[in-house]
Design a protein around this ligand. Structure first.
Ligand SMILES: Nc1ncnc2c1ncn2[C@@H]1O[C@H](COP(=O)(O)OP(=O)(O)O)[C@@H](O)[C@H]1O
Ligand SMILES: [Mg+2]
Length: 280
């Protein structure tokens, strides 16, 4: 029997998570008592209409924002309220984050972008270069290391961002709509990379999506959110058409946005992202 790595074998337990803002005298609650337990090594896709609280949830899990109430426990430690060096370590070593906008530095090559967090953490150039090379090879970009973001496709840029998020060997990878601005081919490559990272490296992956079919294709478990709470949690096969409509706000049949989310295999091509040109 292989020894259990207790560091990485901790479940993530989210209980009654609430985030409230006051805006123009009204309370807005992007999270309104969200609860779920994610086992170590799971790949979970969070599905929900725009505005249902997906980004807020990932931001709370990444300790980028502090929820109003509730708890986020990783094994026996509480994430909410972490301070100082414990907070820095959590953000640096426990969670990796990938955003829809890749947030790469345009003037740096793919290799330099991946090396950046290691340089910031004081890791020697040579070791950082070796690790960055290995990570870029893992996401299938071994041939593109000297390319700058402006000369790469959206899918390639997103994979550079994924490699960068893996630098510190996070236990949990949080991806916020990583394929929203990609065409079908690039979306498939990026989702395949996420799945491989999950299966081969055993990293827990929690990924926001708004498209049903992609969620169905890529995971064993979907959490459906609506208005800040869980309305579905189970395998794709159990997600009925009626439940999917419920997730998307019980939209009337024919509602264009809802129909697209239910039927599209990928987001429509975002021209702005595709024609993005290099500035450096
Ligand atoms: N800082 C904030 N102040 C006020 N309202 C916010 C703030 N952040 C998010 N919201 C609101 O919370 C809701 C959920 O937002 P978000 O988590 O971004 O949803 P999603 O990622 O599912 O589209 C939205 O209605 C949004 O306007
Ligand atoms: Mg969002």
């Amino acid at each position: 029997m292989t020894p259990v790595d207790t560091e990485s074998a901790r479940p993530l337990e989210i209980t009654d998570l609430t985030v409230e803002y006051t805006s123009g005298g009204y309370a807005v609650r992007p999270l309104d008592g969200f609860s779920a337990r994610v086992e170590s090594g799971e790949l979970v896709l969070l599905l929900g209409a725009s505005g249902c609280g997906k980004t807020t949830l990932l931001s709370a899990l990444a300790a980028i924002l502090t929820p109003t109430s509730g708890s986020i426990r990783l094994g026996d430690f509480e994430v909410i309220g972490l301070k100082g060096s414990a907070l820095t370590r959590y953000r640096r070593e426990t969670v990796g984050v990938v955003f829809q906008a890749f947030n790469l530095v345009p003037s740096l090559t793919a290799l330099e972008n991946v090396m950046l967090p290691m340089r910031a953490a004081g890791i020697a150039t040579r070791a950082a270069r070796e690790r960055a090379t290995e990570l870029l090879e893992q996401v299938g970009l071994g041939e593109r290391m000297t390319h700058k973001p402006g000369s790469m496709s959206g899918g390639q840029q997103q994979r550079v961002a994924i490699a960068r998020a893996l630098v510190q060997e996070p236990k949990i990878l949080l991806a916020d709509e990583p394929i929203a601005s990609l065409d079908l081919r690039n979306a498939t490559i990026v989702m395949d990379s996420l799945r491989r990272i999950n299966k081969e490296d055993g990293i827990t992956v929690i990924c926001n999506l708004h498209l049903l079919q992609t969620a169905r294709d890529y995971c064993d478990r979907i959490i459906g959110m609506r208005k800040g709470v869980v309305v579905f949690d189970g395998p794709p096969a159990e997600l009925t058409e009626a439940m999917a409509r419920e997730i998307y706000g019980g939209g009337d049949p024919g509602d264009e946005e809802v129909e697209l989310a239910l039927t599209a295999t990928s987001a429509p091509r975002d021209e702005a992202a595709e024609v993005r040109t290099g500035t450096g």
